[in-house]
Design a protein around this ligand. Structure first.
Ligand code: SAH
Ligand code: SF4
Ligand code: F3S
Length: 434
């Protein structure tokens, strides 16, 4: 076995897990290929958070089958959250799949690539697995994903993640710092700390801010981000750190609201009320006035009335999020809400979603217009997607900025440098500088 091919779906945790998987495979002497046709091993790292991404995987497997029928006969594995969710069922639905590995079973890969068995499955969830000493394989890019904790104990009633990822557990402070140092030595200047509830980090009594206090000391790292924090665990101590370490600690917080209605929040088991969330936003703005706040929203949760939805829009208008990921509720097996009646019909869900998206567009424009005329610090990431005469970079607040490749002194701007620019205009989610 020489070459492997991998596709990753779902959240950043899955992106980070794929890097661990690549690390394990490369330690076994395999090399990565971007050509499916030449691979001896094909992996799909999958997501189960909503029904749509699951359907995508089944149709992808169908397509892969067609491509392969002409040539090689590689080993095919479904790994990640769908593997955990569907286990052996995947073999029944897809005859081309040879192995199924849940998110805590990646250490089994060396055994799997050697075995001649037709079907192999490992889906035990672990209370301790954090892939502590395995260094992920990451060669390019700006930003290194650093997983600091795994799993979720929050059990929001709509969510499958506690079932696919198991219980919360954290990496040691020492392990995290070592991984960051390692990434810095490979040239990464930005890191994103990852966890399903990243700020619930707890290693032998050391919490998220204890960890951040250590990380900010690393001089080679220029910017530190984290996703996703749970509103329940956003402390004043964390906000003080944002204030004291701006712009190195990114002035951006992704704070999933899900719904603005107290009835729905309660039914979702989100552990906070509208009032608590709004006072948290107020506190954030007191400590860091220009903090960008982004969110996740669900429309059409069981029992969500028109009034509930209006409440949500009202909260959105009050906060004016910088951006938002907005989803229609999708019933998930195992979750508590699965037993509730999915009583907001598809048409109504779509209507609410488009209304929400329109409102969010207004807010994104409002927030971005606040930047026009102001100078910002940008880390340069590379050429813009559209043209080689323009570059793109990101502000500490995670805004994408497009600017000319030649600076005001006639010099070419280099990737991974930190520059200061004045914003002249904005369109969609993008800022433009001169
Ligand atoms: N741990 C993170 C997010 C996990 S999933 C957090 O709590 O913030 C990412 C997002 O998917 C969630 O924030 C939620 O908005 C959405 N989501 C999760 N389950 C869903 C479901 N059953 N239907 C629709 N959206 C869902
Ligand atoms: Fe899912 Fe809630 Fe856990 Fe986020 S906090 S992963 S939404 S159960
Ligand atoms: Fe999807 Fe699993 Fe992430 S369900 S959102 S890939 S934790």
């Amino acid at each position: 076995m020489n070459k492997y091919y991998i596709e990753t779906y779902g959240c950043q945790m899955n992106e980070a897990d794929s890097e661990i998987v690549c690390g394990i495979l490369e330690n076994q002497g395999l090399t990565r290929t971007d050509l499916l046709e030449e691979a001896d091993l094909i992996l799909l790292n999958t997501c189960s958070v909503r029904e749509k991404p699951e359907q995508k995987i089944y149709s992808r497997l169908g397509k892969i089958n067609k491509i392969l029928s002409k040539g090689k006969n590689p080993k095919i594995g479904v790994i990640g959250c769908m593997a955990q969710n569907f286990k052996g069922e995947i073999f029944k639905k897809n005859s081309i799949v040879n192995f199924v590995l849940g998110p805590d079973s990646y250490r089994k890969l060396p055994e799997i690539i050697k075995t001649h068995k037709k079907h192999v499955i490992y889906t035990d969830l672990s209370k301790t697995e954090v892939y502590e000493e395995l260094f992920p394989s990451r060669n390019s890019g700006m930003n290194a994903w650093i997983t600091i904790m795994r799993g979720c104990d929050k059990f929001c009633t709509y969510c499958i993640v506690p079932f696919t990822r198991g219980r919360e557990r954290s990496k040691s402070i020492e392990g995290v710092l070592k991984e960051i140092e390692n990434s810095a030595n490979k040239g990464f200047i930005e890191i994103t700390l990852l966890g399903q509830n990243v700020n619930s980090y707890n290693y032998k009594g050391k919490n998220f801010t204890d960890l951040l206090n250590e990380i900010v000391k690393n001089k080679k790292i220029k910017r530190i981000r984290y996703v996703s924090p749970h509103p329940q665990d956003v402390t004043e101590e964390l906000l003080k750190l944002h204030r004291d370490h701006y712009p190195k600690l990114a002035n951006h917080i992704h704070l999933p609201l899900q719904s603005g209605s107290d009835n729905v929040l309660k039914a979702m088991n989100r552990n906070y009320t509208q009032k608590h969330y709004l006072s948290l936003v107020k506190k954030i703005r007191e400590y860091v006035p220009n903090m960008s706040i982004t969110t996740d929203m669900i429309v059409g949760f069981p029992g969500e009335t028109k009034e509930d939805f209006k409440e949500t829009l009202r909260v959105m208008k009050e906060v004016k999020f910088d951006t938002s990921f907005m989803f229609k509720y999708s019933p998930r097996p195992y979750s508590r809400a699965y037993k509730m009646k999915d009583d907001v019909n598809e048409e109504e869900k779509s209507k609410r979603l488009s209304e929400m998206i329109e409102l969010q567009k207004e807010h994104t424009l409002f927030r971005n217009e606040e930047y026009v005329g102001k100078e910002v610090e940008i880390i340069v990431e590379g050429f813009s997607k559209k043209s080689q005469s323009e570059m793109m970079g990101r502000t500490s607040s995670n805004k994408i900025v497009i600017f000319p490749v030649i600076d005001n002194f006639g010099e070419i701007i280099k990737k991974k440098t930190i520059i200061r620019k004045t914003i002249i205009s904005t369109k969609g989610v993008t800022l433009f500088a001169k």
